[in-house]
Design a protein around this ligand. Structure first.
Ligand code: SAM
Ligand code: DTB
Ligand code: SF4
Length: 330
């Protein structure tokens, strides 16, 4: 009864951009083994199943953010332990990027707690992007909303990826953020795409959303004319002082389902097992990799919260026979 709306293996060889809500919901409703088998088959058709891409994060400007994203410890509106800081200088960033490269990361992602950067903020970020590029790493930044000229400026600096998440479904979004709209986010993503920067866009599981919201988030991403090259799936890190600190935890199997559906809908995108790994067992992470996750944040810190130890990730990869994927560009 579960599989009636889903044509067998209909995505195996084709890239679709026309998913209907009922089709995506039917994927979520599949028996777990059927869903995982299907996701894994799609994964194998497009990727080496034993290679995982490694991105390291650095918060280049912490806290003091005017937005009210209910999950975020960096909003100035919530009483968390995070102290606001100025933008890091090139030397500090280079030190982190060199260490990330030495540990095996191929991409260096820099985050700033801004609603949107001012032009004088970009004056500080451009040299950081150039420095990362000169190290031979892929660069990614996440700085909030961008207009077309700002996106072009980042492209000219050599930026490879821009991260800007939709976070959740259009319907549930207003329960989580009031200070900017879903359309604002879509406009930024369009500006990034138009500037020919790779798009990194995903969301968060565990905000109190329904399965239909997860389905609609993924459908929004998968019906874009070009799928985001990189799709981070974050499990909410519940931080004390944020409005979502006491949200009910997500069942791990439901998290794996989200990864699997992302893989089926966006067969050629990198699906990143993102925030929330410190609370996951090795077995759960292994299931996520089987379901199609093929990227992680690598390094002991996310933005303000912890990520697994490098040695623990290396041991997990060794146990699973997974190796680090090479960078896409030289
Ligand atoms: N300020 C910029 C913005 O919001 O676009 C860039 C940084 S913001 C922290 C980047 C993303 O981190 C958010 O869109 C959200 O998806 C994720 N994030 C923030 N706090 C999180 C949390 N507690 N748990 C999981 N993901 C989180
Ligand atoms: C993304 O999707 N997840 C990262 C990155 N993009 C910037 C951020 C996760 C943040 C987790 C909470 C924190 O460490 O502050
Ligand atoms: Fe600010 Fe980004 Fe956090 Fe929202 S997610 S409060 S925009 S730093």
């Amino acid at each position: 009864m579960h599989a009636t709306n889903v044509h067998p293996i209909d995505t195996a060889a084709t890239m679709r951009h026309d998913w209907r809500a009922s089709e995506v919901e039917a994927l979520f409703a599949l028996p777990f083994n059927d869903l995982l088998f299907r996701a894994h088959c799609v994964h194998r058709e497009h990727f080496d199943p034993n290679a995982v891409q490694l991105s390291t994060l650095l918060n280049i400007k912490t806290g003091g953010c005017p937005e009210d994203c209910a999950y975020c410890p960096q909003s100035a509106r919530f009483d968390t332990d995070v102290e606001a800081s100025a933008v890091l200088d090139v030397d500090a960033v280079l030190q982190s990027a060199r260490a990330a490269k030495a540990a095996g990361a191929t991409r260096f992602c820099m985050g700033a707690a801004w609603r949107s950067p001012k032009d004088r903020d970009l004056d500080k970020v451009v040299p950081l992007i150039e420095a990362v590029r000169d190290l031979g790493m892929e660069s990614c930044v996440t700085l909030g909303m961008l207009n077309a000229a700002q996106a072009q400026r980042l492209k000219d600096a050599g930026l490879d990826y821009y991260n800007h998440n939709l976070d959740t479904s259009p319907d549930f979004y207003g329960d989580i953020i009031s200070t900017r709209t879903y359309q604002d986010r879509l406009d930024t993503l369009q500006n990034v795409r138009d500037a020919d920067i790779n798009v990194c866009c995903g969301g968060i599981v565990g905000l109190g959303e329904s399965v239909r919201d997860r389905s609609e988030l993924l459908r929004t991403l998968a019906t874009m004319p070009t799928h985001p090259e990189s799709v981070p799936i974050n499990l909410l890190v519940r931080v004390e002082g944020t409005p979502l600190a006491d949200t009910a935890p997500v069942h791990p199997i439901d998290f794996v389902r989200t990864i699997a559906v992302a893989r089926i809908l966006m067969p050629a995108s990198h699906v990143r097992l993102s925030a929330g790994r410190t609370g996951m067992t090795d077995e759960l992470q292994a299931l996520c990799f089987f379901a199609g996750a093929n990227s992680i944040f690598y390094g002991e810190q996310l933005l303000t919260t912890a990520n697994p130890e490098v040695l623990a990730d290396q041991a997990l990869f060794e146990r699973l026979g997974i190796s680090a994927a090479p960078a896409h560009h030289a």
